[in-house]
Write a protein that binds this ligand. Structure first.
Ligand code: FES
Length: 513
């Protein structure tokens, strides 16, 4: 029986990065069938796959946990016994149906082979007809022997693997079993029309799993009442795990609509759902939050953790900003430094400022527990939608916040082929920035961190980028920093031939160090 795996599952089962797997697909080494991969092909392309270790995924999990604080929702519970039982029941009935169909087909094949055998010896038939029947008989007999041999191999694979052939069979059986287990503990979801994929782990709803994977699927509330997360179930089965306040109409139910925030998967799913592709797809939101953490990054800079009520989520795209207003009316626009996969815990950097009265007062007003109103999201400095191009991120200290958010989001969605970060630091830069970039570099083979000497000029950084990349056409470029820095780099790269449509620039007018 041919086992077709979604790309997410193939990545997880083979223990390689999505980027590595997609590279093999792109080069034609690994075939796909309607976006899916066969277990046999996976083993052919990754024959040395270590079925116990999952180093790349560990790296990604590590960097995600290092780069972001651990939130309550990340310590998630396993799926409930009821959900596991439903998945198990569905899987076993699927197996029974498949087994029945296989047995019937095998019987039919045997019958056809026997009939052909008799016919091939029938003297009443002409020589040509007899020859053709003999050829068909041989072909079908061969097919039957191959099927029998495959079954024998699967049985042999349960014994310790010695020969190359046995090792292959053993790996195939282990992958097959792991895939079955994943149906139970982490069903996969494919969203159409975007083709994005993710796994549902623990007791997550479809919506929780999608946002955790960095996808910006449509939703509108956190108390199951708005209907904004409606999606159409194209294939698979779901089960309700939360009681919806929104009632789907009879027509919507007939069309297969479900609420992603109230359902989890029983089997692998295909869902038709809307996703925010640009800032224009997101509504403006106002959110009540409080200061839940203040971490001093250096004498004049603080990392600010805002937390909203459990029922409120702030939707934004990586790289965007929000307006923060304190109870005394003091207000600042700041870039969100965290990833959009958690809309309840938002992080910003605030500076004491250099003589600017408003900045100073805002900084002084930051006290643990203080209420902060959040309005946004604002800004258009986001990742190029659906692009898989290698990307250059270039930031000074002021531009580090949006660039950190972009890089973390790019890590979450694992779509970009390669990243390079050129960071202009200074002697007073928070060491947190440098350490974080170093940890990305250590964790990802496709991430390169270039950190020139402190206070090197923007001109020199631009010259280094041009030396490092004599062929600029293939890159997406993201530049963030104070105006002189951003303009100098942008103008130099445009003159060097970087395509303007692939270059995004964020001038940090309000966020000067
Ligand atoms: S997000 Fe509001 S009902 Fe699902």
């Amino acid at each position: 029986m041919t086992q077709l795996l979604s790309v997410s599952k193939a990545v997880r089962l083979a223990g390689v990065s999505r980027r590595k797997l997609q590279k093999k697909i792109g080069s034609g080494e690994l075939s796909t069938f309607e976006g899916k991969v066969r277990i046999e092909d996976l083993l052919r392309v990754f024959p040395r796959v270590d079925l116990d270790a999952d180093p790349t995924l560990e790296q990604i999990a590590q960097i995600k946990s290092k780069s972001k604080p651990m939130f309550d929702w990340q310590q998630r519970d396993p799926p409930s016994a009821e959900i596991l039982l439903r998945r198990l029941q569905t899987l076993s009935s699927l197996f029974l149906q498949t087994q029945r169909a296989l047995d019937q087909n095998s019987e039919l094949l045997k019958l056809a082979v026997n009939k052909l055998d008799v016919l091939s010896r029938d003297g009443d038939l002409g020589e040509i007809a007899q020859g053709k029947i003999s050829t068909l008989f041989e072909q079908l007999s061969r097919q039957q022997s191959e099927l029998d041999a495959q079954q024998d191999q699967m049985l042999e694979a349960q014994n310790p693997a010695d020969t190359k052939q046995q090792r292959h069979s053993h790996n195939k059986a282990v992958l097959f079993t792991k895939n079955l287990l994943m149906h139970i503990i982490a069903p996969s979801v494919q969203i159409i029309p975007s083709g994005h994929e993710f796994l549902i782990e623990g007791g997550d709803t479809v919506l929780e799993a999608a946002t955790r994977s960095g996808l910006n699927v449509n939703y509108g509330c956190n108390d199951f009442k708005c209907g904004g997360c409606k999606a159409r179930l194209i294939s698979g089965q779901v089960v309700e795990t939360r009681t919806p306040g929104y009632k789907l109409s009879a027509h919507e139910k007939k069309m297969g609509y479900v609420l992603m925030c109230c359902n989890t998967a029983i089997t692998d799913l295909t869902l038709e759902a809307g996703e925010a592709a640009s800032p224009r797809d997101l509504p403006e939101q106002t959110l009540e939050t409080h200061i839940s953490g203040l971490q001093q990054l250096n004498e004049d800079t603080v990392l600010l953790h805002l937390r909203s009520k459990a029922s409120d989520n702030f939707r934004f795209l990586a790289g965007q900003k929000a307006v923060l207003t304190l109870a005394d009316g003091m207000s600042m626009t700041r870039s969100i430094i965290s990833c959009p996969c958690d809309g309840q815990n938002l992080y910003f950097v605030a500076h004491r400022g250099s003589g600017d009265e408003q900045t100073g007062q805002f900084y002084q007003g930051l006290q643990l527990g203080a209420k902060v109103e959040l309005v946004g999201p604002k800004g258009e400095f986001c990742l190029q939608n659906m692009s898989t191009n290698p990307s250059l991120f270039i930031a000074d200290d002021a531009g580090f916040s949006p660039v950190k958010s972009l890089v973390e989001h790019a890590i979450s969605i694992e779509r970009i082929k390669g990243f390079e970060l050129y960071r202009q630091g200074s002697k007073s830069s928070p060491s947190f920035y440098h350490n974080l970039c170093r940890s990305w570099q250590d964790a990802f083979e496709n991430f390169n961190y270039i950190n020139p000497q402190p206070d090197v000029s923007a001109q020199d950084i631009a010259a280094q980028i041009m030396r490092d990349h004599p062929d600029p056409a293939k890159f997406d470029v993201y530049i963030a920093g104070v105006r002189p820095f951003a303009d100098t780099i942008k103008n130099a790269l445009l003159a060097h031939g970087f395509p303007a449509k692939r270059l995004r620039v964020e001038v940090m007018e309000d966020e000067i160090f």
